[in-house]
Design a protein around this ligand. Structure first.
Ligand SMILES: Nc1nc2c(ncn2[C@@H]2O[C@H](COP(=O)(O)OP(=O)(O)OP(=O)(O)O)[C@@H](O)[C@H]2O)c(=O)[nH]1
Ligand SMILES: [Mg+2]
Length: 230
C-alpha cells in the first residue's frame, strides 16, 4: 500500500545511521513507530507499513515504560509475512515528551519521542490564556523540543484587537517564533508552511478546540504526527 517510504524524509539522519552501523543493527530493518495500540505498533519502513509486536525479551528486560517503544521511536525490526514485524531494539531518542499518568502509579506516560518542534496552538478568542502557553513552553523545554507558538482564530477578532494580543505574546516570548493565523480565512498559513522543514518532526500541543486538527488538515503533505491533546 504505502511502499517506497523514504526514511530520510521521516527523519532518519546521519547520527542514526552511524548508530545503526556501530551497534550492528544493519542486520535488522529499520522503521519509525507512528501508532501504538496496546501491545501493537505500526511501523513505517522502506518496505511499507509494518504491523509490529515486541520481541519478548525487550518487554521482560524493560525497567519502565520509557524503555519500550513509543510513537516517534526508531526501531530495529525483523520482517515476516510481508507486512508484519518484530521489534528488537529501540534507537536512542533525542527528545521525549511525557505527561504524568493518571492514577497512583505516578509513572510517566510517554506521548511522543524524537519530536523536533512543538507547535503550541492557542486560539485568540475567549479561551486565550497566556499562562497556558508558558506551561506548554515548560513541557517542550523539559522534553528537549524547540517550541513555536501558533495563535489561531485571528478571524474572530477585530484587526486592532488581534494585533494587540499578537504583539503582547511576541513581547513576552522574544526567543520564540510566534505565528498568528486563521484556519477559516487562510491568513498566516503560508508563513507557517515556510517554517516547516522536510525531515523534521512536529507535534501540535494545545487545548481542545483551538484548531489543531483543522490545522493538520490544512497542512497536508508535510510531516505530521497527531498525538492528541495534553
Ligand atoms: N473561526 C475559526 N474557527 C476555527 C479555526 N480553527 C479551527 N476552528 C474551528 O474550531 C473548532 C475546533 O477545531 P478543531 O480543529 O477540531 O480543534 P482541536 O484543537 O483539534 O480540538 P481537539 O481535537 O478537541 O483537541 C472547529 O469547529 C473548527 O472549525 C479558525 O482559525 N477560525
Ligand atoms: Mg482535534
Amino acid at each position: 500500500m504505502n511502499n517506497n517510504i523514504d526514511i530520510k524524509q521521516l527523519g532518519f539522519n546521519k547520527q542514526l545511521e552511524t548508530y545503526r552501523s556501530q551497534h550492528q543493527l544493519d542486520r535488522f530493518n529499520v522503521g519509525r513507530v507512528v501508532k501504538e495500540h496496546k501491545d501493537r505498533f505500526l511501523v513505517l519502513a522502506p518496505e511499507g507499513e509494518i504491523e509490529s509486536e515486541l520481541l519478548g525479551n525487550l518487554r521482560y528486560t524493560a525497567q519502565s515504560r520509557a524503555d519500550l517503544p513509543a510513537v516517534g521511536d526508531w526501531v530495529a525490526i525483523t520482517l515476516y509475512d510481508g507486512n508484519k514485524g518484530i521489534i528488537h531494539q529501540v534507537y536512542p531518542r533525542h527528545s521525549q515528551l511525557e505527561r504524568q499518568a493518571v492514577g497512583r502509579s505516578g509513572e510517566k506516560q510517554l506521548i511522543a519521542t524524537n519530536v523536533d518542534y512543538g507547535i503550541i496552538v492557542q486560539s485568540l478568542n475567549r479561551d486565550f490564556n497566556a499562562n497556558r502557553i508558558e506551561r506548554y513552553l515548560t513541557l517542550c523545554h523539559q522534553a528537549n523540543i524547540t517550541p513555536m507558538v501558533v495563535l489561531s482564530k485571528i478571524d474572530l477578532l477585530g484587526r486592532a484587537e488581534a494585533d494587540g494580543m499578537i504583539q503582547a505574546v511576541k513581547d513576552r516570548l522574544p526567543q520564540v517564533t510566534v505565528l498568528p493565523l486563521s484556519n477559516a480565512s487562510g491568513e498566516g498559513m503560508e508563513l507557517l508552511r515556510q517554517e516547516i522543514q522536510p525531515g523534521k518532526t512536529y507535534c501540535l500541543l494545545g487545548s481542545s478546540g483551538v484548531g489543531k486538527s483543522t490545522l493538520i488538515n490544512q497542512l497536508s503533505g508535510s510531516q505530521r504526527m497527531d498525538t492528541g491533546a495534553i
